[in-house]
Design a protein around this ligand. Sequence first.
Ligand code: 3HC
Ligand code: NAI
Length: 656
Amino acid sequence: MGLSMPLTLKRQNNIAIVTIDNPPVNAASHAVRQGLLDVVQETERDPTVQAVLLTCAGRTFVAGADIREFGKPPVEPHLPDVLRLIETAQTPWVAVLHGSVLGGGLELAMACRYRVANAGAQLGLPEVNLGLIPGAGGTVQLPRLVSAELALDMVAGGKPISAKAALHAGLIDALTEGALTPFALSFIDNLASHPVRPSTLDKAVNLPVDQAAFDEKVAKVTARAKGQKSPVAAAQAISKGFNLTVEEALQQERETFLKLKDDPQSAALRHIFFAERGTISLERLKGQKLAQIQTVGVVGGGTMGAGIAAACLLRGVSVVLVERDDDAAQAGFKRTADILAGSLSRGLVSQQKHDKMLDSFTVSANYAAFAHADLVIEAVFENFEVKAEVFSKIEAVVRPDAIIASNTSYLDVNALSQTLKHSSRAIGLHFFSPAHIMKLLEIVVPDTVSDEVLASCVAFGRQLGKICVLAGVCDGFIANRIMSAYRRECEYMLEDGALPWEIDEAMLAFGMPMGIYQMQDLAGLDIAWAMRKRQAAERKSDERYVDIADKLCEMGRFGQKSGRGWYIYDGKSRKPDPEVQALILSESSRKGITRISFSPDQIMSRILGRMQTEGHAILNEGIAQRAEDIDVVMINAFGFPRWTGGPMFMEGLSGA
Ligand code: 3HC
Ligand code: NAI
């Protein structure tokens, strides 16, 4: 049959088996849409075909429309038109699902009369994550197969559900743990004795069980969206659709989809989608022999050490954790085990996996325990001398090919590497807290690290499911350096006329998850104070220095833990504090500054300007490889709103 390249069609008796093969994720690109159109026309013409079985080659079913085509003019046939033909075909189509059944892929599956899946399949409509709503019928199809409430959650939340949950919800008809195609063929055999069911769009829509509760859910989506348009539009498409005919609902959906596709938020989210997947493309890493990292050593079982240990264990890597003494080792064990227990209680891992992780985890007070480690990561106190001593103790016991890494936040990883006999094995692996959850890993590249070690660490980061970004050596690397810069800018604004809660409000309204002063109060003000005292001697005399934070600490205001910091706390409730306001005002007057008022836009413009200036400096110095990497870091380290594309994208530097 004369099909377009990514599709093949073969016959097995009276069943037509069509296979989409469009690596890497079988996206519904133009050739796939054309191929499907050809198949549906061909099979409709052939009266001997009793059913069409739709399968995909490779690791997944269709994972969505082809995002790479979104920036270009649309080319016929359009996906909704192809799906309507499949939907209304006389010959029933059966979708055979594995891997990621997402977006246009799920819409395609829902356009088929029947759906069977293997247990590993994930089904979802994640378009909101790209600033869109489904555009090929998803918001109309889904509430005709599953409850209105689940449809709202899936379309507005964008999270996929498991095949098991999909079976329970009515989204698929059958599930197998075994081989999928034979299962699907026998499913079709069993259908032969039944009349063909109506198509999805011919079913009645499932109305909310409780309209008031449903409306409340919609209101929550709007509140949580904090300025992102797509979740709100998705919730509205579902809720308005209840009162529309199928044709009206499809038209409403398509219009919203096309409008959102051209919105800057969607361009920004697509930018980040590709930026996160393209962080590392270094010529020097290509073809390197990769170390197999099966056992990781961790020094220090505090906040970070325990999180790093858990991150490894959750990905099947064995861990040996060394602490200062037996008691500290046991405390580190408990801290890590608590994280694993949390994963178990939230249903993220099975009891069997949980027990296996504990079996692969040992603690010790003796560095000799690292004899078999492939990589050792230190996460001890942020102090150069302490870390240097730990580095040399590690080097004394590990295999000659073992990698030695530091999780330092700010210290000079070049200088730390030089404390080793073999500096080519040293690297910075800067995790973010909580390390088992945060997706970002800054890989800090010292001058002397070997290509093999660097490539192996990138592979290791990916093994842990992290987004790896390369960073050069400087104070704070990418994330913390930009954070220090805009924190300083905020302090200047305090002296110039703003108040902490005004700055926080402006940041929240912009879409940040927390204001900078709320964040400082949560983390505690004392550690940064200690660091500033250490750095005081090196500070240039002509540098603008704001003393307010130091004065708060001198007053014993260490943040939430001491009940007072930038704010005053009553339990968990936080209030502006007149004492802090008085201190700020008196500091402005002490420095002879006439205070001016700042609007939220002016506050954000100074913060963004500072982030961008520091971003440029970081690029010029070669600390970051690409402007996009800075966006990826800011979004994944600090919750900079994703739908803006990041500070560098906002400035128009990194392009759509
Ligand atoms: N279009 C084009 N390319 C895509 C793609 C898509 N929908 N989805 C993934 N890719 C590409 C990635 O860019 C990457 O390319 P690279 O190797 O050149 O970097 C490659 O496929 C592999 O992707 P991942 O590295 O993300 O692989 P994972 O195995 O980690 O994840 C996935 C696979 C879960 C499918 C993930 O890629 C994903 O979530 N993709 C996006 C799914 C999505 O949003 N679908 C909806 C699209 S919008 C839509 O369908 C509109 C419709 O309603 C009309
Ligand atoms: P922490 O104080 O919670 O833990 C440090 C642990 O190291 C303690 O349990 C201590 O007993 C142990 N330790 C100290 N010296 C040791 C030695 N010689 N041998 C063995 N164990 C030793 O500190 P935290 O927050 O876990 O930070 C650790 C490192 O991670 C620091 O370098 C910090 O800058 C960095 N970091 C911290 C982040 C955070 O958010 N807390 C984020 C990213 C990096």
